[in-house]
Design a protein around this ligand. Structure first.
Ligand SMILES: [Zn+2]
Length: 136
């Protein structure tokens, strides 16, 4: 499973005839995290910045439609409202981070956290989380 290079799951790693009704739910990266935790007690670490950026980019257009811009800097993503009438905290850019879905959602008033599951499979939910964090 770790040697496969597919995005979610394929016939080479997880998919086979007997689990065909679950194919749309299979995710080899989540499975590897779960197996590592169950076997060795290792807790999943956040994906690399490059991977987080790759997970967020597909819904940048939707965020822009809602008046939210995301700045992809050096190892830090920042999200902020574009509404120039807001002169309060809500205009402050917040760090945007993707965390492993198997972990408890981190808390930090200067950051927005979306799970890797939301980012990969539920962009609409991730967008709502970002809007809420920016008081929209
Ligand atoms: Zn695969």
């Amino acid at each position: 499973m770790s040697a496969c290079s597919c995005d979610n799951a394929c016939q080479e790693c997880l998919k086979h005839y007997r689990n065909s009704i679950y194919h749309s739910h299979l995710d080899r990266l989540s499975a590897l995290q779960l197996l590592s935790w169950a076997k060795d007690g290792k807790i999943a670490h956040p994906a690399s910045y490059t991977m987080q950026e790759k997970m967020v980019k597909p819904f940048i257009g939707i965020l822009e439609d809602y008046g939210i811009s995301v700045d992809f800097g050096n190892d830090v993503m920042k999200a902020k409202r574009n509404d120039s009438r807001q002169l309060t905290l809500s205009e402050k850019a917040l760090t945007l981070m993707v965390y492993p879905a198997m972990l408890v959602k981190p808390k930090d008033s200067n950051a927005i956290f979306i799970s890797d599951f939301e980012a990969r499979y539920s962009g609409a939910y991730a967008v709502e989380n970002i809007k809420t964090a920016l008081n929209m």
